[in-house]
Write a protein that binds this ligand. Structure first.
Ligand SMILES: [Zn+2]
Length: 267
């Protein structure tokens, strides 16, 4: 069930039917090479969630695009929200979801650049008590893990590469232009900070150093069939997660216990 499609009358019953579970796909608007639209992550997140909702009763939060993307601010069309506002907005959105009765909030990460943000955001839940739990699921790990044999070498995939291009060929073929996939070295990492990486050092400019055009890999391998398989594997991973989350009562109990104890720390 998509939140924005329910009437106010239907909403209360929907919260019950979904056992208080709300899924929110965290995406972003950023350049995806020459051949994919800037909303690629949004379409991928929506595609995964709609497959999940066909198998398990859940409420889907409307498309959420205000996450981490300062590293694409040099590229036209990027929407990059300030870091502190991004966190405040996520807090506000979670409180609104919970205020409407959905106490199990599931972040489904649909943007690779969010991995640091969502991990930190989850730990940040331990600063202040709340009447809800934020659960985090990263379905991209399932699709690019061992569960699926994809028809391209792993090292030739990356941002806007064959994986994402395949999913977009499955979801919105009208928005994919395969004729614009580069046939030169644009998708290869430039390794301009290799001297630091080799010494175990990372900086905020690492992604720009490697992929200044936000294209990595070789999207020429992409097929709609592989995209369908990836979306199915990712949706299955989220369905498994939702079932575990629906059955879970421990996370909230432990969260409450933790806050009861953290006011007067002891051994
Ligand atoms: Zn993407």
């Amino acid at each position: 069930m998509r939140w924005e499609e329910l009437t106010g009358d239907q909403f209360v019953a929907a919260v019950d039917e979904c056992e208080g579970v709300c899924l929110i796909a965290l995406s972003v608007v950023e350049r995806h090479g020459h051949h994919l639209p800037m909303g690629t992550d949004m379409y991928e997140g929506r595609g995964i969630l709609e497959r999940v909702a066909a198998q398990e009763k859940v409420i889907l939060f409307p498309d959420y695009i205000f996450t981490q993307i300062p590293e694409a601010r040099h590229l036209a069309g990027t929407i990059s929200i300030d870091g502190d506002l991004m966190i405040q907005l996520l807090d506000n959105v979670c409180r609104e979801i919970a205020r409407n009765g959905l106490k199990k909030i599931v972040f489904v990460n649909a943007h690779g650049g969010n991995n640091g943000l969502v991990a930190f955001y989850n730990m940040r839940q331990l600063y202040k008590p709340s009447d809800y739990v934020v659960y985090l699921v990263n379905p991209f790990f399932a699709a690019f893990g061992s569960e699926l044999q994809l028809p391209w070498p792993r090292e030739e995939d990356g941002h806007a590469g064959p994986g994402e291009t395949s999913m977009m060929r499955a979801l919105r073929p009208d928005l994919v232009n395969m004729e614009l996939v580069p046939d030169d070295d644009e998708g290869k990492a430039r390794n301009r900070l290799a001297h630091l990486r080799e010494a175990g050092v990372q900086t905020g400019i690492w992604w720009y150093a490697d992929h200044p055009t936000h294209y990595a890999g070789n999207a020429a391998h992409a097929t709609a069939e592989a995209g369908e398989q990836m979306l199915d594997v990712m949706a299955a991973a989220v369905v498994r997660a939702v079932r575990a989350i629906k059955a879970d009562t421990e996370a909230k109990r432990l969260q409450d216990e933790f806050f009861a104890r953290s006011g007067t720390p002891s051994v």
